[in-house]
Design a protein around this ligand. Structure first.
Ligand code: ADP
Ligand code: ADP
Length: 234
């Protein structure tokens, strides 16, 4: 079954230079339990697609479903709930510089209103999962890039999302660290049952972890299928 479904979705922006179509009549599904790769050059519409899935933007045409909910039909309060059910990680990690590792990971739980004891227990569990329990009191600037992204992953998982969106999450990392982070994302998928969408311009990343791949170009899906089939085409 589909966790996310896009039906003929378009997103256009009015810019000083005229109307710009960032996503152009895209239909696709993110299936429950899979790792889906979305690949394309810069400007292909990938980030816009992410913002449409996590309800940060609404489409100018077509329909986006997350679970049973059609996003354009939801009031703002319910859109916030949809957003809270989706974890996000980013190229630049987006950690709070002034908070410790534990403070970063616990932040979504604080926002969700969890008390100190529950928060601390959950933070410890998450840090253990990503292998950073011993860095709980470090600050982001004291960590390597790969460690920062592991903190980002722990924070994204804090509220138990069913879906994790990784937007160029390994693009700032060297190949070895990239492999570690991808391996962690695979564990997130296999061991925690979280559906993962990996958005990237790096073909190797997709090749190494995705079950299926969607290729975007100029706002359109130009190819979709099993990784092996798509990448073995001439
Ligand atoms: P990608 O993530 O694949 O690099 P984007 O989704 O960021 O692609 O951008 C797709 C196209 O939409 C680009 O031409 C970009 O300039 C345009 N675009 C994206 N967001 C906006 C916006 N907020 N306003 C105007 N144009 C935008
Ligand atoms: P904040 O002010 O957002 O709580 P801090 O970084 O000051 O940010 O606090 C971090 C939080 O994480 C505190 O609640 C602290 O008790 C908790 N914490 C610190 N280390 C651990 C750990 N190893 N396991 C679980 N919780 C921890």
């Amino acid at each position: 079954p589909a966790l996310v479904r896009l039906e003929h979705v378009s997103k256009a922006y009015d810019t000083p230079g005229g109307r710009r179509v960032a996503v152009d009549d895209v239909s696709l599904e993110v299936r429950e339990g899979e790792i889906l790769g979305v690949i394309g050059y810069s400007g292909a519409g990938k980030s816009t697609l992410v913002r449409l899935i996590n309800a940060l933007e609404l489409p100018t045409g077509g329909r986006v479903f997350v679970g049973k909910d059609e996003l354009t039909a939801l009031p703002e309060r319910r859109l916030r709930e949809v957003r809270q059910g989706i974890g996000m990680i980013f190229q630049q990690f987006n950690l709070f510089r002034s908070r410790t590792v534990a403070g970063n990971v616990g932040y979504p739980l604080r926002v969700a209103g969890l008390g100190r004891a529950e928060r601390d227990a959950r933070v410890a569990q998450l840090l253990d999962f990503v292998g950073l329990l011993d860095r709980a009191y470090s600050y982001p600037e004291q960590l390597s890039g790969g460690q920062k992204q592991r903190v980002g992953i722990a924070r994204a998982l804090a509220t138990n999302p069913r879906l994790l969106l990784a937007d160029e999450a390994t693009s700032a990392l060297d190949p070895e660290t990239t492999a570690d982070v991808l391996a962690l994302l695979r564990r997130v998928n296999r061991d925690l049952g979280v559906t993962v969408v990996v958005i990237t311009h790096e073909m190797d990343a997709i090749r190494s972890i995705a079950d299926r791949v969607v290729v975007m170009d100029q706002g359109k899906v130009v190819e979709e299928g099993e990784v092996y089939d798509v990448f073995s085409k001439p």
